[in-house]
Design a protein around this ligand. Structure first.
Ligand SMILES: CC[C@H](O)CC(=O)C(=O)O
Ligand SMILES: [Mn+2]
Length: 333
């Protein structure tokens, strides 16, 4: 089994879990410690990517480029990545982030919509960035569909394409067969991004590695949308136990998770009823904060909203359905 490159996305996917309230000081401490621990790639942006700070996605407490500047000024060795979702971000923010000095852009689209990413991959490559594709909600499609979409990204210049388990809905066999199919069909690297709604984030990441994943993701303390991601410090401990010479400092990561990240959390990252039903129904994890707000506002059950979104097969970008469903459920009451 190959030792994959680890991207820590605490300061991006984890931003969902703190309602996008990271401060420049928190960014500085976390980047400094992740860098010191030897993490090769650190992702920083709003949870929904560049320009994600909107009424639809939730406003950030601090301007995104102030946070990105803090990360870039702090880092010594790691690459800094940002997420970009076409339609949420535009080429303006992509150019600005590149000019500021990010190294990697991760371009995320629903897993049947790769064609909308062409101009952004091409721009990213012109700007000299490493360009990584994210096929979100990859549990919804069979490997053959993902291969076609990943090949499109490859043809646009992607350096890597990720199978993204956005709903934390995959079993290890799902992760393994999807990564394997991409590995067999592509000449570029393949990655895997896990969520923990079924308690399988670490197991699925190991299954993806068995299939040859070149890149994997984690977040400190599992901080992330829904039930969170594969916890970076646990992943590193497991990789060490598997015999990999990781070159990563586990004790710095454990201290960072325990002493810095845990006290920041407004609520513990656990598999509760809402995010378990989300993973079970295969609903996009980034909806969950909005679902909880809507449930409270309209006096309905969050898991009923999740169930209905699952029936409608809602995808990223359809956040407005959350309100629609909540209002309809409240009317029915
Ligand atoms: C908004 C992009 C998205 O949340 C990417 C991601 O981390 C996922 O789909 O899991
Ligand atoms: Mn995610």
């Amino acid at each position: 089994m190959k030792f994959p490159r680890l991207t820590d996305t605490t300061l991006r996917d984890g931003s969902h879990a703190v309602s996008h309230r990271f401060t420049p000081e928190q960014i500085r401490i976390v980047v400094h410690k992740l860098d010191e621990a030897g993490i090769p790639v650190i992702e920083v942006s709003h949870g929904a990517g560049l320009h994600g700070s909107t009424i639809q996605q939730g406003f950030s407490a601090y301007p995104e480029f102030e946070l990105l500047a803090e990360a870039l000024n702090t880092v010594k060795q790691a690459k800094i990545a940002s997420l970009f979702v076409p339609g949420i971000g535009t080429s303006i923010e992509l150019k600005q982030a590149a000019e500021m000095g990010i190294d990697v852009i991760r371009i995320a689209v629903h897993c049947t919509e790769a064609d909308i990413s062409q101009q952004h991959f091409e721009l990213a490559k012109q700007l000299g960035l490493e360009a990584v594709g994210f096929l979100m909600m990859a549990h919804t499609q069979p490997p053959s569909v993902l291969v076609k979409q990943a090949k499109l990204m490859e043809s646009y210049g992607a350096d890597c394409v990720y199978v993204v388990d956005s709903a934390g809905s995959m079993l290890p066999s799902d992760a393994e067969e999807r990564v394997q199919a991409l590995k067999d069909a592509l000449s570029i690297e393949v990655g895997f991004h896990a969520h923990n709604n079924l308690g399988l984030a670490i197991g699925n990441t190991i299954a993806a590695m068995k299939a040859g994943a070149d890149q994997i993701d984690g977040t400190l303390r599992g901080l992330g949308a829904g039930a969170g991601n594969a916890p970076t410090e646990v992943l590193v401990a497991v990789l060490k136990k598997m015999g990999f010479d990781t070159g990563l400092n586990l004790s710095i990561l454990m201290d960072l998770a325990e002493d810095v990240i845990a006290p920041m959390l407004p609520y513990p990252i656990v598999i509760d009823r809402d995010n378990l039903s989300s993973g079970y129904a295969g609903v996009y994890n980034s909806f969950l904060l909005h679902v909880r707000h809507a449930a409270e506002k309209f006096g309905v059950n969050a898991s009923d909203i999740v169930e209905e979104l699952g029936k409608r097969q809602a995808i990223a970008g359809q956040e407005d359905w959350i309100l629609d469903v909540a209002v309809k459920l409240a009317e029915r009451k």
